[in-house]
Design a protein around this ligand. Structure first.
Ligand code: F1P
Length: 590
């Protein structure tokens, strides 16, 4: 029977393989094609349907609840448990780029805190491309460098006997992670490499990596061989395409958090409370129950999305104030808005408790890097609160029963919203214009100590809806495509070409030319520009705005870059500009 199942699975896979070459994490989700014309509540309803695929699976692919996924998680939990019971010389390293790196940090921090609070040695470590600065601002260039990845991993594991390494890259694509996996594969006596991502392995990136001799797919193939020999793991359940195409901070990010926490919750329970039974499925179900609770508040979350949309459309900002680890969700959510939506660093910002003291990040206080690195609630009170306007929105994220006073917030003219997980007294609630109160199910009593993790993912779902919805309402999305993304790394360069190719109905080669002409502001590319490596294009593109919309409008109209820029200047809402371009193209054709 097993053999038959295996054969039929491989037939399905081959069929799919033959007809699909696009990674699932980069595909359009048909559920959200009309998200750009939905109401605020409609947007949340669509996100609810999309997020359901995290648990329900997608198009018959192996998902979270597949036996293979759950078996691998159990094995990893046992490996981690053994390290926790005998930690000397052992390390668990979580690594990634962008949101994946931030989740690596958050998970390592969370489980180290648990160890420290019970007098045990912390054994978790995190690596993020671009270092700690990337925890709040996107630093995407180092994501493309496998050598930087290797160097960071080597340094963090010096002197360790055994390392469980988990490299997270939702798209199975980041060169930073590819380098680290390759390094682990060459030192299997010391490292157990794990790849965590959300595409089938045959859809791993097979494009050359600059200044390196392997593609991501080649590394995956070597890891597959190691996995067969019992020396590594590939954890790649499919959770379906993202609601906003390619926005892996959303479903893939949530699934990353669920998978990592499930492994380590199980590991901690079995290491320190062996009498308490745990199983992967129960842990997954507990997250699904949180999902159900969050989206049973679709109407309230929709209201919040509408308020946030109003703020952004009127030139206001959104500020998250997190009194505890919920603030980490706020900071992570805010940090992704510039690369995803071409937002400014002022559009959405996150502040957290006592800032770096609370964060306990490896590089310590980074506030000397400028105002965007001032992250404590005190900083918010000094830098932001006195000049808040009525178009600004402050969202307080709260777990505790009583809320520390935020001097001056009540008197401020801004809109004030509270997302809370506890019953608060009326006098506290009266400070807010709108309150969303989520009462999460505890379920099995053994899950109670892990409730904060549930509050975090609930917060992530709500805040992802807020920023996605607000940017959709601001017209930053066409259909479900983030047309104003920043071209700040290799993956995003190729994504931009794909967007221009698809919406501009042109060839890949032409799409690439329009993109380069937009990056270099020219109608005629020089031989140097044409031959420059992608890293060079990214360097020039990173600091500029509206590169992709300009290239796209030029491609649709087959016009000059100058004319496309003029059209975008006259129609600042990008969706409207694209619609107009498409409309005039149709009129020309008829
Ligand atoms: C890493 C990442 C994303 C970010 C952006 C650029 O992706 O930084 O977190 O949203 O799309 O890439 P991955 O390696 O996890 O696929």
């Amino acid at each position: 029977l097993q053999l038959i199942t295996r054969i039929s699975h491989s037939v399905e896979t081959n069929d799919y393989e033959m007809s699909h070459t696009q990674p699932i994490t980069e595909a359009n989700n048909t559920i959200t094609t009309d998200i750009d014309v939905a109401t605020a509540e409609g947007i949340v309803t669509l996100l609810r349907k999309c997020d359901a695929e995290i648990f329900d699976g997608w198009e018959g692919h192996k998902g979270l609840f597949h036996k293979e996924t759950m078996d691998k998680l159990s094995k990893l939990a046992i490996l981690a448990r053994d390290m926790l019971q005998n930690p000397s010389g052992y390390s668990i390293v979580l690594s990634g780029c962008g949101t994946s790196g931030r989740l690596a940090f958050i998970t390592a921090r969370s489980f180290n805190e648990r160890l420290k609070n019970s007098g045990k040695e912390p054994i978790y470590d995190y690596l993020i491309a671009g270092g700690d600065k990337a925890l709040f601002t996107s630093q995407e260039a180092p994501e493309d460098d496998p050598h930087i990845g290797i160097k960071m991993l080597r340094e963090s594991c010096e002197g360790k006997k055994k390392v469980l390494y988990i490299g997270i890259t939702c798209g199975l694509s980041a060169p930073f992670v590819a380098g680290q996996l390759d390094f682990c594969l060459q030192h299997l006596d010391k490292f157990t490499p794990v790849l965590l991502g959300f595409n089938p392995t045959y859809l791993a990136r097979n494009l050359p990596i600059e200044k390196w001799n392997k593609t991501f797919l080649q590394v995956v193939k070597e890891l597959e061989a190691a996995e067969h020999a019992g020396k590594g793991f590939i954890l790649n359940p499919v959770v379906g395409p993202e609601p906003i195409t390619g926005s892996s901070r959303m479903k893939s990010g949530s699934a990353t958090k669920i998978l990592l926490e499930t492994i380590f919750t199980a590991a901690h329970s079995s290491a320190f409370n062996p009498e308490v039974p745990w199983d992967i499925e129960t842990l997954f179900r507990s997250y699904q129950a949180v999902y159900n609770t969050v989206y049973s508040h679709t109407e309230s979350v929709g209201k919040l999305v509408a308020i946030a949309g109003d703020s952004l459309q009127n030139g206001g900002s959104i500020y998250y104030i997190g009194y505890d680890t919920l603030g980490l969700m706020g900071m992570t959510d805010a940090s992704e808005c510039p690369p995803t939506y071409g937002a400014t660093l002022d559009d959405v910002r996150g502040f957290i408790a006592s800032g770096y003291n609370f964060l306990r990040n490896k590089e310590g206080d980074l506030s000397s890097n400028g105002k965007y690195f001032r992250i404590s609630i005190n900083d918010f009170e000094k830098d932001i609160l006195p000049s808040l306007k009525d178009r600004d929105l402050v969202i307080c994220l709260n777990t505790a029963k009583s809320l520390p006073s935020l001097a001056g917030l009540k008197e401020s003219r801004c809109k004030r919203v509270m997302l809370t997980f506890t019953e608060l007294p009326d006098e506290q609630l009266s400070k807010f214009d709108f309150v969303i109160s989520l009462c999460l199910p505890i379920g099995d009593a053994t899950l109670e100590p892990w409730q904060q993790l549930h509050r975090e993912i609930a917060t992530k779902w709500v805040l992802n809806a807020v920023t996605t919805g607000a940017h959709v309402l601001k017209g930053k999305v066409f259909q479900n495509i983030m047309v104003d993304l920043k071209v700040s790394n290799n993956k995003l360069f190729h994504r931009a070409v794909g967007i221009i190719e698809g919406l501009g109905k042109t060839s890949k080669e032409h799409a690439r030319m329009f993109l380069l002409r937009s990056i270099y502001h020219t109608e005629h590319l020089t031989p140097d520009q044409l031959e420059a490596p992608i890293a060079q294009h990214i360097k020039v593109a990173s600091s500029q705005n509206k590169i992709v919309p300009v290239a796209l409008v030029a491609a649709i109209l087959n016009s000059s870059i100058e004319n496309a820029s003029l059209l975008l200047d006259s129609k600042p809402v990008i969706r409207v500009a694209i619609l107009q371009a498409l409309h005039s193209q149709e009129t020309d054709l008829s």
